[in-house]
Design a protein around this ligand. Structure first.
Ligand SMILES: [Zn+2]
Length: 451
């Protein structure tokens, strides 16, 4: 006789293996989805959950772009707070970026330091990207072998001195080395020469800040990245695409068979330059929020598959570094912290534009899981991790930064009314309780290929 399942969920609606489905029963044992079947309330287990009539069962989100900053800048963000925010937002796996922590993740030793800092603190599963900088070229293979999912480099200045950019020759060297290792190269694609030729940002003016980071910088850098990917055969991923004018180059590269993928972020899909008031530095990020025409074109790029996925680029800092008092866009740290809000943000705008919840799941769960190489995540299907979310797509949420779990309550979304509420999150079949102090952190630290 089969053992009694650990958990049985009955849902009126679900997104199963990428498709919207009606009434569904999901049976979970030992952290894994065992059975997905039409609703059958006679199926029982140690724990049985009936989702509310207004809730849809989704696979947990995978957020491959999170800056945790611990150790070294833990006052900006730490593993406990970031993963608690993730859990509250329906994100069951996050991948930490290699920079803004000290040390940055540039070799097996620094990866070990990061893993030690994260151990025992994580409320969701956590994996790590490594970094490629001018100083560790030629030593990327041991870093990949130590378990990072891939390596990220910057073409412009990264904002922190310990993570220097690679120049054109360095990009090519990194690509060759990562290609030889069968790895993945992530690129922050803004061209430093185009940025240097652009006007300097000036004080509180958002228009001046936007002019300092033109679309042309992204477009030039992405053209170069595509060329290097074509020449070297490296798998390359463009992080946080903001400039929609780069989409034709990306689409053409994909059609040609170049191994390039692209992400954008909730803020580029939701916020518009036209709405950013002068001095409103919570909205500063690099590359910047652009105009409404650009935003529409990013949505079109998502709809036609040129953009593969949507991840947060959760990049917090302390409130003082956001220069809230002066509103100086030149001085403020660039970054928006939204790991907890990604799902309602994207759903609010996606639903308005006629997209389905299954599309959002493809962009925010299946797509990032594939990028991370986690074959057992990103979908509700037998054999996959029982990482699950009960989401109420028609419920209202008003953003109160004080109630977000990330460490520093700064948000450009303060007061925004969003559509969709995460009601519950399960990690490996166990319900997370991010609102409860002292909830035991049960997230695992994952290396390449471990999920
Ligand atoms: Zn980032």
């Amino acid at each position: 006789m089969a053992p009694v399942p650990d958990l049985v969920l009955h849902a009126g609606q679900a997104v199963v293996d990428g498709d919207p489905t009606g009434p569904t029963t999901v049976v979970v044992h030992a952290g894994v989805v065992e059975v997905v079947a039409p609703l059958d309330r006679s199926v029982t287990g140690r724990e049985v959950v009936d989702l509310g009539a207004d809730e849809v069962l989704l696979p947990g989100l995978v957020d491959t772009h999170v800056h945790v900053n611990e150790p070294g800048r833990t006052e900006w963000e730490g593993f406990a707070t970031a993963t608690r925010a993730a859990a509250a937002g329906g994100v069951t796996t996050l991948v930490d970026m290699p920079l803004n922590s000290l040390p940055p993740t540039l070799d097996p030793e620094s990866l070990a330091v990061k893993r030690a800092a994260a151990a025992g603190q994580c409320h969701v599963d956590v994996a790590f990207w490594g970094g490629a900088v001018s100083g560790n070229l030629g030593r990327l293979r041991p870093l990949l072998d130590a378990g990072v999912l891939g390596v990220k480099c910057f073409l412009p200045d990264s904002g922190v001195p310990e993570f220097p950019a690679v120049d054109a020759a360095g990009l090519r060297r990194a690509a060759e080395e990562v290609a030889a290792a069968g790895g993945l190269l992530l690129v922050h694609a803004e061209d430093p020469a185009v940025l240097a030729a652009a006007p300097e940002p000036a004080g509180r003016s958002y228009r001046a800040f936007l002019a300092s980071r033109p679309s042309a910088a992204e477009d030039a850098a992405i053209a170069r990245v595509v060329e290097v990917a074509r020449d070297t055969g490296v798998r390359v991923h463009v992080v946080h695409l903001s400039s929609a004018s780069a989409l034709p180059v990306i689409a053409a590269a994909k059609a040609e068979g170049v191994a390039v993928s692209v992400e954008t972020c909730p803020h580029y899909l939701v916020l518009r330059a036209e709405d950013v008031a002068d001095g409103a530095t919570p909205a500063k990020c690099c590359p910047p929020l652009r105009d409404d025409v650009n935003r529409d074109a990013l949505w079109a790029g998502l709809a036609d598959g040129t953009i593969d996925l949507v991840v947060s680029d959760h990049s917090p800092c302390t409130a003082d570094l956001k220069s809230l008092d002066t509103g100086d866009f030149a001085a403020a740290w660039g970054g928006i912290a939204s790991v907890q809000l990604g799902l309602p943000l994207v759903w609010t705008e996606a639903s308005r534009r006629g997209h389905r919840l299954a599309d959002v799941v493809r962009w925010m769960s299946a797509g990032p899981a594939a990028l991370a190489g986690f074959a057992g995540k990103g979908a509700i299907r037998p054999g996959a991790a029982a990482d699950l979310v009960a989401f109420a797509p028609d419920a209202d949420l008003v953003v109160d930064p004080q109630r977000l779990h990330h460490r520093n309550p700064v948000s450009p979304y303060a007061g925004a009314r969003l559509r969709g509420v995460v009601r519950a999150t399960w990690l490996a079949g166990r319900r997370l309780a991010p609102d409860v102090d002292g909830d035991e952190p049960r997230g695992r630290l994952l290396a390449r290929g471990e999920a």
